[in-house]
Structures are given as C-alpha cells and as structure tokens.
Design a protein. Sequence first.
Lengths: 438, 438
Amino acid sequence: MNLVIIGLGTAGYAAAMEAAKRGAHLTVIEKRDFETFSPCGLPYVVDGSIPSFEDLKHSIRLRNTEKLLSHSVESIDIQKKTVRTRDCKKGDYKTVPYDKLIIATGAIPVIPPIKGARELLGKGTFVVSGIGDTSELKKKAEVSKSCVVIGAGAIGLETACTLHNKGLQVTVVEMLPQVFPQAIDEDMALDVKNHLEDSGIPVVVNARVESVTQDGGVVVTADREYTADFAMIAAGVRANFALAEKAGITIGKWGIKVNPKMETSAQDVYACGDCIETYSYVNGEPWMMQLATSALQMGQVAATNVMGGNASYQGCLNTFASELGGKEIASCGFTENQAARFGYDVAVGEGAGRVTADYYPGEETVKVKLIVDKKDHRLLGGQAFGVGAFWRVNVISLAVKAHMTVDEFSTMELAYTPPLSTSHDVLLKACDFVLRRL
Amino acid sequence: MNLVIIGLGTAGYAAAMEAAKRGAHLTVIEKRDFETFSPCGLPYVVDGSIPSFEDLKHSIRLRNTEKLLSHSVESIDIQKKTVRTRDCKKGDYKTVPYDKLIIATGAIPVIPPIKGARELLGKGTFVVSGIGDTSELKKKAEVSKSCVVIGAGAIGLETACTLHNKGLQVTVVEMLPQVFPQAIDEDMALDVKNHLEDSGIPVVVNARVESVTQDGGVVVTADREYTADFAMIAAGVRANFALAEKAGITIGKWGIKVNPKMETSAQDVYACGDCIETYSYVNGEPWMMQLATSALQMGQVAATNVMGGNASYQGCLNTFASELGGKEIASCGFTENQAARFGYDVAVGEGAGRVTADYYPGEETVKVKLIVDKKDHRLLGGQAFGVGAFWRVNVISLAVKAHMTVDEFSTMELAYTPPLSTSHDVLLKACDFVLRRL
C-alpha cells in the first residue's frame, strides 16, 4: 500500500509515524528543506529562551519511506490518484501515484487588509509562522527598540512578551474588544490585559489598524498613530486548503471537510491538522481550532484508517494554554460567548483564590470560570488565569470529555497538601457558584 | 432542631458550617481550648515555612451556635439522646440533649509497641498530631542536631524534610519495605526514597524499631542502633472511636460504621471524618483513608442529611499528595498492590519524561503510573512523582470518578504550550503503555 503524505507539520508527522508503524510504504512531500519543526516554540527563540531555531527542528527515521524535501505539490488528480510535485531547487516536475493520500498542508498566517501590511512583509512588517520569517523578525528586533504587535492571540501575545523580555518597548493593538478573542471571555481577558500592562506591555483593544507606513514604523488606527521600529502581524492563521480546493475536494466554512475518520469528499483522500475544518466535541458543530495536540490526534486517526484500522476523531475540545510573564491563561470547550452563539442557556460560576493553603506563605492566585448548560447541567467549557491555570483547565477538559454534569464534577476528589493547594480548590469554589445558579 | 457536633476538626467544622447555613440550632463540643486548626500544616511550622502555630488556627462565626470549648465528651446515651460533657478546666459535668448528633472525633496517632516509645513521649520521643505535641517537637529540634524519624508516611517524611531544612541530621526508619506504604507502589516509592537520599535524608526500609532508649537518643532495630538527639514517631493515625464504641454504636474494621448518608447504627447519630471507616469509591469495599478533603465532603453530607436534605458520600478515592524537597508525590485510587489484594487482574503503564517541551530549556521530569482493570479497561488508580505530579493525579482522580476506561482516557485533550508541557504528556505516554498490554 502506497501512501503519500503532503506536508510534514504536526499532523503529517503524526500520520507518517503511525502509518510507518503499521507497515505502509510511504512518500512524504514537504516544501521545506528540512523535515519538521515545532511552530509553538517560535516565540521563545526570539528572546533566546530557546537558544536556536535549529532546536525546533526534528527529523524522523522511518522504514520504507521516501522523503521528498524541498518539494511543493502543484496539483492532485483525484481521478488518476496522482500528485504532481515540483522540486523547488531544481525545478523538476514529477508525478507521484498514490493508493491513499493524506493532505496535511497546515495553515498560513492571515495578513489582514491593512494598507502596507503585505507590501512591507520582511522589511517593516513581520510574521511568526515559520523559521524563516521568525528569524527575520528576530534580526529586526536585535537592531530595534520598539515594536507594535497587531493582534492579541497566542502568537501575538507570546511574542510580545519575548520581545519585551529582549528589552523592546512593545505595544499590542487588537481590533476586537479583548485579548484571546477566540479562547476566553471578556471578563477573563480583562485580567490578562491588566497583567500584561502591569508587566509593562500596553494593550489597546477595539483598535482596528488601517495602515502601516514608513517601513513599518507607523501603525495607524482610526484614533491615533503608534510609532515604533517595526510592526509584527499576528492576526491568526487560516487553513491552507488551496491545493485541495483546486482538486475538487469539498471545502467547509473553515477548511477541508472531513468526516470523523478524516476522510475527505474524494475517494482514498484523507486530510488532517490545521488545513481541515474540525468540529466541536461538545456539540458536533463545525469549528476551527488549530492546535498541535488535535493535529497529532487527527494525524494518528487518519493513518490508522488509511492502514485498514478503525479510528475516529471525536471532535475538538479546544483545550488551550499560553504562558505570559509568569502567569498561565488556559481554556477549553465553549466560552460563555460561544455557548450563547450556539443557543445554549448557560450558568457560569467563577472561583478565585490562593494557590497554596491560606496559612501557607505565598501570594499566588488563580481564577477559574465554568460554563454550564442550564438544561442538563453539563459542563460546556472552562477558563482559568493565574498560577496552575494550565492544569485546572486540563481537569475541566477531561470533565467535558466525560460529559460530566457540574453536580458530578463538584464531587471530584482533588489532592491536598498545604504547599501546593487549598483544601477547597478554586475549581470547587467555581462549582459552588454555578450550582447556586442552576 | 437541636444538633450536637462532637469535635471541631475538618469534618466537624464542615458539618457545623453546612448545618448553620441550613438553620440548625447548634452545640459544638471541642476538647481543645481553641476551635479548630489545620493539622496538615503542622510539619511546615517546624522549619518556619509557616511562621507560627497560631497561623494554623481558625475560628468560625456561626449563628445559633453554642460552643463548648475545653470540653470533653465522657459518654453518649443513644437511648436518652444525650451527651455527657466535662469542662476540662473547671471539672464540671453537664448533660446536653440532642435531636441529632454528629460524631467527628477524628483520629489519634498510633504509638507502635516499641519499648520506651510511649514512656518517653514529650521527652525523647515526639509526635506531630496537634499543636501542643508539635510545638514540643519544635522546641526539642531547636536544641538538637539530629533526629530519627520512625515511619515513612506523609507526616513522617514531610516533617523529616522540614527538620532537615532546619539543619538537623535526619534519618528515616520504616518498618515496611517502602516509603508511603499506603499510598504508592514499591517502584514509585523507590524513586521517592532516592530523591530523599539525594537531598541528604537517609531512608532505611525493612527496619522494625524494637526500642527507644536513653531519652530518645538511641533507636534500636534488629540490625543496628541509630544515635540521635531525639526520635519522632510517625507511625500513622487510627480512628478515634472509643466514645462511639462505648455508646454501643457499631464499629467496623477501621472505624465507626456509617452508610453513605453518614448515619451510624444508632438512630439520629451520624459520624464523619477520620473517626469512621470509609469505603472505596472504586469498589465500595471498607477502606481507611484519613484525608482532609474527604473529611470536608463527609461533614457536608452528614449535616445536609441531618437538616433534612438528601446527600450521599460516594466513597473515597484516596487522592493524596505530598511535597518533599521540591518534588511532588501523588496518588489516587488503588495502587497495583491494593488492586491485586482486592482480586483485580490489572495492567499497568508508566510514562516518564520532561515537564516542558523537549526543545524548551529545563531539566524537570515527572513519572506517571496508571493501574487499569484488564477485564473492563477501567482506571483503578494512578500515581505520579516529580514536578506537576500533583495535578496529573488530580486528572487521573477525575477519570476514576467518571468511571473512564483507559481507552477513553487516552483521548483526553490536554493543553499544550512549550514552557508548561510537551505535546504528548507523560499521562498519555502511560496510556500508550497500558493499551499495549490490554
């Protein structure tokens, strides 16, 4: 069985590993001149937390695998079951036949319709997407004193923090009314914004950038101009589905349409990772959530099915975290806002308090928010901010996965030891508040 | 409704709070001359992490509550529905009638049958149980250079660490073949022992102490003698059920027998907390597990039912954690050993690895062990050691609570961000290993 995988990001990589383990004859096609890398690590190379971009690269040793690096795929013929590749170095074209095909073409950064943004790319405006563009940003940062970050999602804020650590004056400008607009609610977002500002990073929300001028040095919104040495564009990513679309494969609202087996509309063609439209685990609705952990699972599911196994991707819980200046922000499932858009009548509860026992020294705090369906009391999602937010959201994520009601969740038995916890954790406090509102 | 609560430990305290909220007329009887305190904090006062014993004390403001402090209960008459109290200061006796009674008499430290152990208490041998005895130990430690800790459970090891922090030479001597014999398996216990020894605290297992002589200065086992300035006895605690037993209330193997409503064998008499025999959430079997978190839940359940509500305690998951010299040890559910004793045929899986992404700086590691029923794949318990062990066990605890199979558990969606995690956490690695063995 001859399997071709297009793209060696997290999903393609996971699919290749799984397929090879199951005895596939593999051809992997990757545009880059190296195999794969960890994009989530990019912001941390900027301030040297991770010493070198090389540290992010990985290569895979797989049996029966032909690797076509520095090769782009020009087209897919789903009738003839071939892909047309181009050697980016030599310019040669080649037709590669497949029995099964996995498309894992990932995502590409969104460059919003800001005057000057695209034209100045690599000169005055920069993105953090691959190793090439991020090293350009890093070089620019090394000769700069200030930067405006356009967009307050994870990549924007994580890089804002590392640029700040590097000594730059950083201002974040976000079009929407809050930071992390996809992941958390406005109340939690305000806490994050305040923390960033306390750390010395001003965050301006409700500010749509109209233009970037003077080699990236001036960022103009309706209200005012921000002057800096360069601008970083962090307006999110979108599924890279052009190739699939051209081949006649069905595209959804967010990316390539797949079923839970990761099959596309074309016979023997699978897709996984950031290039697809995923669906929510909570209600099965189409969803966009481009996370490494989901990509990994999807890649394994695709390869398992390609090789005659029987696996299903259960949908995405959007379990997400980011560390910003020593504090963690994390979320999973639906936000209050998203739940409302999906028509849920929700009750929410927040618990806030200390991380260690009341009588144990330490000032660290954490806040948790739970979102619960009023109808059947099921947990729809949760958010947390502060020290230990990361793992508290993992606990909530598992509860959502297990379809727990908040009544059941409130009987969870957490460990307790004074240096690490209180005897009634903020998770339980948040349950108490929700239960009073049901 | 006139409710009498005997004992203001965690369970009695929680019961009093819940009952007062529900409008009870309360009489609380407590032997101490102050209301309540947090025993889990005691080891941390020894090295000054918590500045003062006073910091551990709490008092409660409750409506319609009569507090009889410095009062012991001499007897309970379950026919006449009265308790006989004695004012420990004045010596007066009083008979207090009740409509409902909650017994929350807690636990008492076990003094093992070691020659000299009991006789030298407060002079050469010390326990960490209340504020009085722990302050005696602290005073002794302040004029000492070395100590032998007899018993390698949580209190023993936590106090061993704080005595070590204080500059004492500490040796731990444990009768059984491992540390934390009730909470973890021998393989995990070996990691903890090695960590303690790397930190400068020798741990001798399989060493039954025969006698303590010379004012606590010499601890003698079959093999050898240990010389130190004093000995600390940390051989665990047992349910304090003498009062209930004398009143004719049924006692189980481990403590006062209760049903899930926390009702004892006597009409209108409830019991909760460390004085009862609890039962395992996993298989419903009688169990002993004296944890603050369970005591809190039990107290609430008892008071809810006393006040005409309808609550059930679902059984104990034994979710436990301890921090020792910067590393966390945690466990929940059954150990491999306990599961075998209960007749389960189990598969286990261990995952070990880094806490942060492979490419992110940091050397911290964590190890997780999962115990799974081979028959139905359900999780029976888990253990973890290292940084982040605490919350990983909380995740496992919730999975056990939700009756998840390891197949379901392995599809959990954890958050991922390089400074805080890897994209495939040790929890998932442990699942991978178990699944291969099923």
